[in-house]
Design a protein around this ligand. Structure first.
Ligand SMILES: C[S@@+](CC[C@H](N)C(=O)[O-])C[C@H]1O[C@@H](n2cnc3c(N)ncnc32)[C@H](O)[C@@H]1O
Length: 273
């Protein structure tokens, strides 16, 4: 498409037969093909093909400016050029970080995989002036065993990535990143006396999600953020349930983002724990 391309919504769509639909060609599209000029039309038809496979999927608006945030997209593509499934989540994470970094405290992530989200957290710490550490908790052997509430989307050992590879991916930040390798919650004791302004929880399963909220929530500073990557995903029903149960009798509302993430901002409190 050239620089003059325009998106034209189709109106008057009507079913014909089978999977065929018809609609009048919008007037702005100009003349169509003819036998003499079979390539004359400049019209391109874009179809929401998700809808054919997953009827309840609704694609969002085109032309969002973050698609063109070249610095952010380059950071994403360091870790994944195959798909952009979590591009919007990673962007939301990046945008929430400066909010939390206005508060004192350290940062943590539970569930690191290849380090893509940890990279963004570490970068935000440095942008905010450094001086804080990012604590990374992961088995580096993949998921633990799912429980019944997790459904059957996951198996133990999924999403394994060895620590050496992650450390190499995060080498630019080795002054601020600390690895706590082991099954959650076994290594949480390493940071028992630390206070946090930001915790990212992304472990897909109920048990480590529950354990992470149990441990980190009382160690958060006022105005700190806990972001869960899995909250709104049908593939992670156990994580969702664990979080809903945790906050059922707590004051913070859970903000469910359209990206699938959920986050809470910690209420004002005198002291943690
Ligand atoms: C979805 S991946 C994390 C993705 C990463 N946050 C990102 O956005 O790039 C889930 C991670 O959780 C870890 N994990 C899951 N269950 C765990 C448990 N019980 N203990 C420790 N790590 C666990 C896995 O090893 C895996 O690295």
């Amino acid at each position: 498409m050239g620089a003059t391309a325009r998106l034209v919504p189709l109106e008057g769509l009507a079913p014909e037969s089978g999977l065929c639909w018809t609609c009048p060609v919008p007037a702005v599209c100009g003349p169509g093909d003819s036998v003499a000029e079979p390539q004359r039309s400049t019209l391109r038809l874009f179809e929401d093909r998700f809808g054919a496979f997953v009827p309840d999927v609704r694609l969002g608006e085109f032309g969002r400016s973050f698609f063109r945030d070249t610095g952010f997209v380059a950071d994403y593509e360091r870790f994944d050029r195959q798909n952009y499934r979590s591009l919007d989540r990673k962007f939301a994470l990046s945008e929430l970080l400066p909010l939390a970094l206005r508060r004192p405290g350290e940062l943590a992530e539970c569930g690191v995989f290849r380090g893509a989200s940890a990279f963004l957290v570490a970068k935000a710490i440095r942008r905010a002036g450094g001086g804080r550490r990012l604590h990374l908790f992961d088995s580096f052997a993949g998921l633990s065993a799912p429980e019944e509430s997790d459904g059957n989307n996951w198996e133990a050992g999924n999403l394994a990535c060895n620590r050496a590879e992650v450390a190499a991916n995060l080498a630019a930040f080795d002054d601020l990143v600390i690895f706590h390798e082991g099954w959650i919650p076994d290594r949480f004791g390493d940071v028992a006396d630390t206070r946090f302004c930001f915790v990212h929880i992304d472990v897909d399963l109920a048990q480590p999600t529950r354990d992470a909220f149990d441990f980190f929530y009382p160690r958060m500073v006022s105005g700190g953020l806990i972001v869960c990557d899995d909250y709104g995903f049908e593939t992670c029903p156990g994580a969702r349930r664990a979080i809903d149960e945790f906050f059922a009798d707590r004051p913070e509302p859970i903000v469910h983002l359209p990206t699938g993430q959920g986050f809470v901002m910690i209420e004002a409190r005198d002291t943690a724990i």
